[in-house]
Design a protein around this ligand. Structure first.
Ligand code: ZN
Length: 155
């Protein structure tokens, strides 16, 4: 399998249970892969090197079809190879989602960082994006459910 960066394999970025279950193709283009390489250089590898343990990607690339299937936003940066979700729950090294969130927030350049649901102590996962062309918005948000709908507020 080809590599995105030193510690990130393409297979980790395209893996999707929903795609498998629904027989949906989830192959990024060369352009999407180039975007992931930039995201890996600016965000993933710095996180990996800081915590010195495997960083689990729960969702990376999503084809338009896959994203529709799971009810994602039509403008999701996952569809352009500019976003990954990190979920450290159940990993053995004592690194929490909150620790990853805080490290990215305080030390890295990013476009959008989202504390995804969970509690005030720990998000269910961390969404982070890196804009491949324009300026990074450095937007930090918190996602929460209200009447079954997803809302965002400034963190
Ligand atoms: Zn995400």
């Amino acid at each position: 399998m080809s590599k995105i960066s030193e510690h990130l394999d393409l297979s980790e970025v395209i893996r999707s249970e929903s795609a498998k279950r629904n027989g949906i193709s989830n192959m990024p283009t060369e352009g999407h892969i180039a975007n992931f390489k930039l995201l890996a250089e600016k965000v993933f590898e710095p996180v990996r090197n800081y915590f010195r343990c495997p960083i689990h990607i729960s969702s990376g690339y999503r084809s338009i079809e896959l994203n529709k299937c799971i009810g994602g936003s039509t403008t999701s940066q996952h569809c352009s190879g500019e976003a990954i979700d990190i979920d450290m729950d159940g990993t053995p090294n004592g690194v929490t989602n909150k620790m990853v969130f805080n490290y990215i927030k305080d030390y890295l350049e990013f476009d959008q960082l989202i504390w995804e649901f969970g509690t005030d102590d720990n998000p269910d996962w961390v969404h982070v994006s890196y804009e491949s062309t324009g300026k990074q918005r450095k937007q930090v948000l918190k996602a929460y459910k209200q009447n079954g709908k997803t809302n965002y507020k400034t963190y």
